[in-house]
Ligand binder design. Structure first.
Ligand code: ZN
Length: 109
């Protein structure tokens, strides 16, 4: 367990650095509602945007039936329905933080 003095935002940053997690997974790990995770994430995005050594990564939500990718979504919350095929089988977006080292991380430059 992480020390309790860390704020949820710091813990989210710790948890998603170097990996990708959905807000559902983060909610489970932090023991808080998913909606709170999404609220924290909007602030985490701003924090990371100011930090030149790190980069926030959003793996967009995707329809599991037709593979439609929700690339244009600016909000962080999961879409509930596919605009193409109306399916509700949406794979949740996943969040991560990569260290900004373009020479070492060509995939995310
Ligand atoms: Zn679809």
């Amino acid at each position: 367990m992480l020390p309790p003095e860390r704020t949820p935002r710091q813990r989210i940053i710790d948890l998603i650095t170097g990996t990708r997690l959905s807000s559902y997974q983060l909610a489970q790990m932090l023991g808080i509602p998913e909606r709170q995770v999404e609220e924290h994430l909007t602030h985490v995005v701003k924090t990371i945007a100011r930090n030149k050594t790190r980069q926030f990564i959003l793996d967009p939500a995707r329809c599991q039936d037709c593979d439609f990718v929700f690339r244009d979504r600016s909000r962080l919350t999961s879409p509930s329905r596919c605009p193409h095929c109306r399916s509700e089988a949406i794979a949740a977006p996943r969040y991560g933080i990569d260290l900004s080292a373009p020479q070492l991380n060509p995939h995310y430059s």
